[in-house]
Design a binder for this molecule. Structure first.
Ligand SMILES: [Zn+2]
Ligand SMILES: [Zn+2]
Length: 179
């Protein structure tokens, strides 16, 4: 968990308004449930988080979470707060809202509620988002000298990996430090 700036909070709040509008149109949720979502505190994950793009944290002492009132905070990755990633940010927030509404496990009920989100392309942006975070953190490029594909990674590959496209053994090249 990191401290969100005022402008991040503002952006998260307007994202929430948008997500709730979409959820209202789904017809799966009551006005009452959706109103409770507006009271949840929103925050940001640490900037260097790569594994998670959003998280619902429950209040201390809550052993069987079942409703929005039991949420301590929902954190989103700070890099999601931008025009470019907005469709994916909305998808992630919706995913967390389904958790907040009491569906804590990623089971088939959860997945069917999650799939009510109208844009399936936005969920597919997740892979590119992960790739961007990974590229920024990378100190090495594993380079394919056959098809020129580059794989940004944190550690050298030491000849242990092959190109996913053409199966050539990848060569380590230190990545120039970025800004
Ligand atoms: Zn989840
Ligand atoms: Zn290749």
């Amino acid at each position: 968990m990191a401290k969100a700036s005022d402008s991040q909070i503002e952006d998260l709040n307007s994202l929430r308004e948008f997500v709730i509008e979409v959820m209202l149109a789904m017809g799966a949720w009551s006005e009452e449930q959706l109103t409770k979502l507006t009271a949840i505190d929103l925050g940001v994950l640490k900037r260097n988080a790569t594994q998670r793009h959003g998280v619902t944290r429950w209040r201390r002492g809550v052993t069987k979470p079942s409703k929005p009132e039991e949420v301590e905070v929902i954190d989103l990755h700070p890099r999601l707060i931008s025009e470019k990633w907005k469709p994916y940010a909305a998808w992630v927030m919706h995913h967390e809202f389904v958790h907040a509404l009491g569906y804590t496990a990623h089971d088939s009920t959860f997945r069917s509620l999650e799939n009510l989100w109208p844009s399936q392309e936005s969920s597919q942006m997740g892979a590119s988002f992960t790739e961007m975070l990974r590229a920024e953190k990378a100190s090495w490029l594993w380079v394919c000298n056959t098809c020129q594909k580059e794989y940004p990674r944190q550690k050298p590959g030491k000849g242990r990996y092959q190109c996913r496209i053409c199966r050539t053994v990848l060569v380590d090249v230190p990545k120039p430090a970025s800004q």
